[in-house]
Design a protein around this ligand. Structure first.
Ligand code: ADP
Ligand code: MG
Length: 313
């Protein structure tokens, strides 16, 4: 998306930019796709003026181009796979989690979403022969649940130096949804200096859920969340990285989505995530992962176990 403000468009001063914003034209893309008549009516400006503003917006809007299937195939050849630590889980995911994609793990409290994140973080630092990405990891922690002790336990189990592993995991706490969004930008900067093939956001939706309360806020929440997802997808593509995000299901009916077993964020998150995995509790440390949505894999389930050593079969 073009990174310019409305005021930078030719012919748009403070008065017009205010009218634009008030009428819901908050970014360049929204203006670029508007019709002159509608824009003129809604913002109370002349139609000729509206047309000029739209032309300007089209020049700045980053619409992107078309790529040949061959180019996309070439890019897909670069995809790396990351092991989950469990053979069954890896098989469910077509041999591991893929770079250039977003994997969403959703489930109730205690379903092991955070443990999966820890395990992926540790695994990503491993060499490729061990199913890793030989990479550093960025973790955006919104619930203050990062525990270095768990990283140490999992590293020891794999026979790698826990201190070296911890050094490669870069954690930032996000204090609210805006902070969370800005941290993705920061992550992009860090990824220019270091090899980052895994970016984790645990939890993707908790701040959004807490901050946007009440029906009237749904549209805005979804819009901001949509942007955030696209920033993440861009990170994945630019860095040939995997994005792992977690999402809660509400145990009590969500104000927005009546069904209590639905993940937060509805289709915005669902449509942008490449793989959706539903996690639920089984007996005695067992967890069931269900692949719910994938562009190229069948639906199915895998059972894994959570132990002190991490995720195993
Ligand atoms: P959430 O889905 O809410 O993020 P977590 O990933 O925090 O859930 O999972 C918590 C579960 O992980 C606990 O219920 C416990 O069963 C398991 N767990 C956490 N630490 C350990 C450990 N050291 N040994 C075994 N199991 C653990
Ligand atoms: Mg958690």
């Amino acid at each position: 998306m073009a990174n310019i403000s409305l005021e930078e468009l030719p012919g748009v001063g403070p008065a017009i930019s205010e009218k634009l914003r008030e009428s819901g034209y908050k970014d360049i893309m929204a203006i670029a796709v508007a019709s002159p008549k509608t824009l003129a009516d809604e913002c109370d400006i002349g139609e000729k003026k509206a047309q000029d503003i739209i032309e300007g917006a089209k020049m700045y809007a980053d619409v992107g181009g078309f790529e040949s299937g061959e180019d996309i195939m070439e890019r897909r050849k670069l995809i790396k796979k990351l092991t989950t630590g469990s053979k069954a889980f890896d098989e469910l995911m077509g041999g591991g989690l893929e770079s250039q994609s977003i994997a969403e793990f959703y489930g109730e409290f205690g379903s092991c979403k955070t443990q999966v994140c820890f395990q992926l973080a540790v695994n990503a630092t491993l060499p490729e022969e061990m199913g890793g990405l030989d990479s550093e990891v960025i973790m955006i922690d919104t619930e203050n649940t990062f525990r270095p002790e768990r990283i140490v336990q999992m590293s020891e189990h794999l026979g790698v130096d826990p201190v070296e592993t911890l050094k490669k995991i870069h954690v930032a706490r996000a204090f609210n949804s805006h902070h969370q969004i800005l941290l993705v930008e920061k992550a992009g900067e860090l990824a220019k200096e270091k090899k980052v093939k895994l970016l984790i956001v645990d939890s993707l939706t908790s701040h959004f859920r807490a901050e946007y309360v009440g029906r009237g806020t749904l549209a805005e929440r979804q819009q901001v969340l949509n942007r955030h997802m696209h920033d993440l997808l861009e990170f994945a593509t630019l860095n040939n990285a995997l994005i792992a995000v977690t999402n809660q299901v509400s145990s009590k009916p969500d104000a927005f989505f009546g069904d209590p077993t639905r993940p937060i964020g509805g289709h915005i998150v669902g449509h942008t995530a490449t793989f959706r995995v539903y996690l639920r509790k089984g007996k005695a440390g067992k967890r069931i992962a269900r692949l719910v949505d994938s562009p190229n894999l069948p639906e199915g389930e895998a059972v894994f176990t959570i132990t002190e050593d991490g995720i195993i079969d």
